[in-house]
Design a protein around this ligand. Structure first.
Ligand code: GLU
Length: 561
């Protein structure tokens, strides 16, 4: 037995399996050539970042485009950061965005897993990490270290004072070449070591690989004796778990945040040390936003839009967020959308090499525009169903309002929806009250109580007459006839028939035809910007039109006194 083997036996007396055993247990997947196996590997920290949804969207699409598999794996080796309910929150987020994983944790019940590469929760995979760690120790490629926090601190200070690179490496790595006896003595005293990789020192090689987004990379070889297994719970660090899990789950494409790029040389080294092929990496730049004149990544602490919960609360349709994220991921998405206005976005081919090396900018205006466009393509029934569904969770009063008279609500959502150029006024479901509130009496009354009627500058007597005339509205009268009659009435009341005539001699008129129609619009809705007046009257119906105009007339009368 070599010293290395003796050391491994000392450290892992109960570990009887080898990497080979695990590799046999989890054989290469029977997938077509070129199939990409990808994964989303979040830590259960109680927060789902919109950037993770973008990365999951890309990972899932690329997997499915190639006949591969998209896995959800839970990285719960940092028990301190873990929050209750996080796994459920992660799964729900994926399901909400139509990103159901094919394999791994596929249900909000974390006990339910799918796939034959289980378990998919890292804290349940201890034996596999230990087998690989034992193997590395046997090969002299890893070793135990018993440094205390105080000792590591001391090293850091010395390195600072000497202005050398910080870290645990080369001659600073106190346990790198410790004797078997020293290790044995510490173990006998009940101390728990960390297991560190023995990185080459001096490291003169290069870590070279082709990143699917960033292109060919050529980085200095890792020379840090990074921790692979922690002392507290013997669970792996991210680095070791990544290498072991992605190997055993046969993941061949690792799409992850580019904050991991600096540790990629360590990962390249570890794949090499365990004699396994390097997966393809795709390092994704984080979504950023403009903060004044500088660009910064959107942050969980500062920006509500970093949190997926924001999109649910605001009621953005999944399709809108999905298309917005596709456009952040592949900026040619919109050209495709223009060329294929009605195709499902799943037909768009996501390409990693079209993802930007620089951070894409989050633009709330663009998100809103996309969302408006998409909602404009929905039928009134779809709008009704989505809105009720959203409101059930976020605005119970709206549920009651919309359900009061379903047929009426559908009529409201159908206003200017079916023609050539449908109205694009609803941004998201929380915007329904603003965009359509005028049609619903409770919301209308509230708006009037708060803001009154923004009538144009027309004398009160004329306003009363116009409102009175509006009351005789006959829904059977075709639009053109009604317009002609209103124009004639405008002249009769002393309004110019159009703006041009009015402008020639403003003093000769009470206003122009547009002013007259505005009086009617405001009287009916309390707003100056509304859907088409004729359609609005048709939708409100005779009774409501009369009630509203009567009430507006009272308002004017009261003010005029
Ligand atoms: N748990 C890691 C994270 O949340 C996963 C990174 C990866 O995808 O490899 O950042």
């Amino acid at each position: 037995m070599t010293d290395h083997q003796a050391l491994a036996a000392l450290l892992f007396p109960d570990v009887t399996t080898t990497p080979r055993d695990w590799l046999e247990r989890y054989p290469p997947r029977p997938l077509p050539e070129g199939a990409q196996v990808t994964r989303f590997a979040p830590s259960p920290t109680g927060f789902v970042h919109i950037g993770s949804i973008m990365a999951s969207l890309v990972s899932r699409r690329v997997a499915h485009q190639t006949g591969g598999v998209f896995i959800l794996r839970i990285e719960d080796t940092d028990k301190k950061r873990e929050q209750d309910g996080s796994v459920e929150m992660i799964v729900r987020s994926l399901l909400n965005f139509d990103l159901a994983p094919d394999e791994g944790i596929i249900s909000i019940d974390p006990e339910v897993e799918a796939g034959s590469y289980a378990p998919y929760t890292q804290s349940e995979r201890g034996e596999m990490y230990w087998a690989f760690a034992k193997y590395l120790v046997e090969k002299g490629l890893a070793y135990p270290a018993f440094d205390t926090e105080a000792e590591l601190d001391q090293t850091r200070k010395l390195q600072e004072a000497q202005r050398v690179k910080p870290g645990y490496y080369g001659r600073w790595a106190r346990w790198r070449d410790a004797s078997l006896d020293d290790v044995q003595a510490r173990l006998a005293a009940g101390e728990q070591p960390v297991i560190r990789v023995r990185a080459p020192f001096p490291a003169e090689g290069r870590a070279k690989f082709v990143d699917a987004i960033k292109g060919p990379l050529d980085l200095p070889e890792n020379d840090q004796d990074a921790v692979l297994l922690k002392s507290s719970n013997r669970l792996p660090t991210y680095h070791f778990a990544h290498v072991v899990d992605d190997t055993l789950m046969r993941v061949n494409l690792v799409i992850r945040g580019d904050e991991w790029l600096p540790s990629a040389p360590l990962h390249v080294q570890l794949f090499d040390f365990i004699d396994q092929p390097l997966p393809t990496y795709a390092h994704v730049a984080p979504i950023a936003k403009m903060d004044g004149s500088s660009k910064r990544k959107i942050s969980k602490r500062k920006d509500p839009e970093a949190n997926v919960a924001y999109y649910y609360e605001q009621g953005y349709p999944v399709q809108a967020v999905t298309e917005y994220l596709l456009n952040l991921a592949n900026s040619d998405f919109y050209d495709w959308r223009k060329a294929n206005p009605t195709a499902p976005n799943s037909e768009f081919e996501v390409k990693l090499d079209r993802m930007g090396v620089a951070s894409p900018l989050f633009d709330p205006v663009k998100l809103n525009d996309i969302s408006k466009d998409i909602i404009a393509t929905y039928t009134a029934e779809q709008v009704f169903d989505y809105a009720i569904n959203w409101a059930g969770q976020y605005n119970p009063r709206l549920v009651a309002i919309l359900n009061l008279d379903r047929a009426y609500s559908l009529k409201v959502f159908n206003v200017e929806r079916t023609g050539e150029a449908p109205r694009k006024d609803i941004v998201n479901w929380s915007d329904i009250e603003r965009a359509c509130g005028l049609f619903f009496d409770d919301l209308f009354n509230e708006a009037i109580a708060a803001n009154g009627y923004p009538f144009p500058n027309v004398e009160a007597a004329a306003i009363e007459k116009i409102l009175g005339r509006g009351m005789s509205f006959d829904p059977a009268q075709p639009k053109e006839e009604w317009l002609a009659a209103m124009r004639a009435y405008a002249e009769e009341l002393g309004f110019a028939r159009d703006v041009k005539t009015f402008k020639k001699d403003p003093t000769a008129f009470k206003g122009h035809f547009g002013d007259m129609m505005m009086v009617l619009r405001v009287g009916l809705s309390g707003k100056t910007n509304t859907p088409d007046l004729y359609e609005m009257q048709q939708t409100l119906g005779v009774d409501r039109v009369q009630q509203r105009l009567k009430r507006a007339a009272e308002y004017v009368r009261e003010r005029a006194l």
